[in-house]
Design a protein around this ligand. Sequence first.
Ligand code: AP5
Length: 190
Amino acid sequence: MTGKKVIITGVPGVGKTTVINESMKGLEESGVFYQSINFGSFMYDVALKEGMVQDRDEMRKLDKNTQKRLQQFASQMIARLEGNIIIDTHASVKTPIGFLAGLPEWVLKELKPDVIILVETDSDQILKRRLSDESRVRDIEGYKDIQDHQDFNRAVAAAYAMFTGCTIKYIKNPDFLLEKAVEEMMQTLR
Ligand code: AP5
């Protein structure tokens, strides 16, 4: 297996996909190439084909064992890819019956990440970004719930580091400072 495997996480709406896309553009200019893979899209393609969901926001409400099976499928497919890979996913997923680990043992064994990045910002900014995104069916929750989710992600990331030996990096993506987040992301990916 060649290349670097970088897992990038963050609560929905924190802006991880935005930071990833801008960083990939910047890195390409200096001759560093990554392929970005959305873990949720691999899960969604199967869930849609099997008639379990109609949009990606329904996936976190599926039965726990179904989500586990979709995770297993996605990680096995992604593990086959060669080269530098960014995996855009979640450290944990908020389900109706509690937080579900996004990177449990059966996923980490396949992906073997070099680093796991947590993109974060103040929870009131995340709330505002979610409210202005009409393309998605986001959970309605307050900024304190969003903060709880970010705190849980830090806690569970420590377990992932213990299990794999990878490093954990926090990158802040505050309002008006996207360029700074992109610069830090590019340094980590180089
Ligand atoms: P996924 O597709 O990853 O959905 P998501 O978490 O909702 O991610 P988004 O891409 O919508 O949000 P984002 O944080 O990337 O924000 P964006 O860049 O768009 O996952 C879908 C589903 O798949 C999950 O819900 C789950 O069910 C499942 N799944 C995935 N991985 C899984 C796993 N491992 N295990 C189990 N299930 C899994 O930005 C948001 C907005 O913010 C934009 O409007 C943007 O312009 C704005 N913005 C960004 N940065 C800034 C800034 N610095 N200042 C101001 N505005 C900003």
